[in-house]
Design a protein around this ligand. Structure first.
Ligand SMILES: Cc1cc2nc3c(=O)[nH]c(=O)nc-3n(C[C@H](O)[C@H](O)[C@H](O)COP(=O)(O)O)c2cc1C
Length: 276
């Protein structure tokens, strides 16, 4: 039998099992002093965007939040599971101005595009600049950051996804009990499943509805896209084009959109014979 439980503060970490990636965010204060702390309330903010952003949720009175507001920069470091104790050390409530990294095995190295340092032992690093902050209430805030650099240990870059994941060995935050006992999981088994092409059925193709004029050549190009997603592509294209103030889908504009949003390797996944 199912049973509901009371919805309490910290429901996301002490009752609901809500695995999240664990990062260490490095910042500097106005005097240039380094701060580091673990943050797991972190996600990419957009999809399909060539100006990518990230999203963070945190309490407003953390040193990390204060430093981000004051200096506008931060670095998201992805530590491996070999460093769980060091991750927890950066979580301790040290006074403002204390560099938590000095109490760990982590080594500071200069970042590529921002002032806060990166952590050498982290094979994957995202450097960010503050885009916006939203103060939700007296306690909580959301941060949107522009990604200014994606930095990897060089030897990881050309590895396949599974091997890269194995080498990074990222721990998964599994929440805590009583805000004191923090749980982490390690991923030991990875499975890969291929996305099948859209089904080819014999039903008559749905008529495409457009809300603006299309160059006949652009409309012809559209037929190269699987029928199942053609209407969605029409709507996305018209949306972008009308936001630009135009009222017609020209061949040139359409092909630029295809190049931007669906480059050849993305389209190939619908080709049943393609074997990457
Ligand atoms: C695994 C883990 C994940 C955490 N994630 C967050 C988070 O996403 N948001 C937050 O406000 N605090 C989070 N915390 C708590 C902060 O790390 C903690 O309050 C820290 O002392 C803040 O340090 P600071 O004041 O130097 O920024 C997390 C702690 C741990 C151990």
């Amino acid at each position: 039998m199912k049973k509901s439980v009371p919805i309490k503060q910290f429901w996301y970490s002490d009752i609901v099992v809500f695995p999240k990636i664990v990062t260490i965010i490095t910042t500097v204060n106005e005097a240039g002093k380094v701060n580091a702390a673990p943050y797991a309330y972190f996600m990419h903010y957009d999809v399909l965007n060539k100006n990518p952003r990230i999203f963070l949720g945190m309490r407003k009175f953390t040193h990390t939040y204060q430093n981000i507001l004051k200096t506008g920069e931060f670095v998201i470091n992805f530590p491996s599971a070999d460093y769980l104790e060091d991750i927890m050390e950066t979580c301790r409530f040290y006074p403002e101005g204390v560099n938590e990294l000095e109490h760990t095995r982590f080594t500071e190295i200069p970042s590529q595009k921002v002032a806060p340092p990166s952590i050498k032992e982290c094979g994957q690093i995202i450097e960010c600049k503050l885009n916006k902050q939203y103060e939700l209430d007296k306690i909580q805030a959301h941060i949107i950051g522009d990604i200014v650099a994606l930095v990897f240990d060089e030897e990881l870059i050309d590895l396949g996804r599974e091997e890269r994941f194995r080498r990074l060995n990222l721990p998964i935050g599994l929440g805590d009990e009583k805000r004191k006992y923090f749980y982490f999981g390690l991923i030991e088994k990875i499975e890969m499943l291929a996305l099948k092409p859209p089904p080819k059925d014999d039903a008559p193709e749905e008529e495409i509805k457009t809300s603006m004029e299309w160059d006949p050549e652009a409309f012809k190009e559209l037929q190269n896209i699987p029928a199942a997603i053609r209407q969605m592509v029409v709507e996305m294209s018209e949306d972008v084009i009308s936001e630009e103030g135009a009222d017609k889908v020209t061949y040139e504009r359409y092909m630029k959109l295809v190049e931007e949003f669906a480059p050849k390797d993305l389209q190939n996944r619908f080709d049943e014979d393609a074997d990457d």
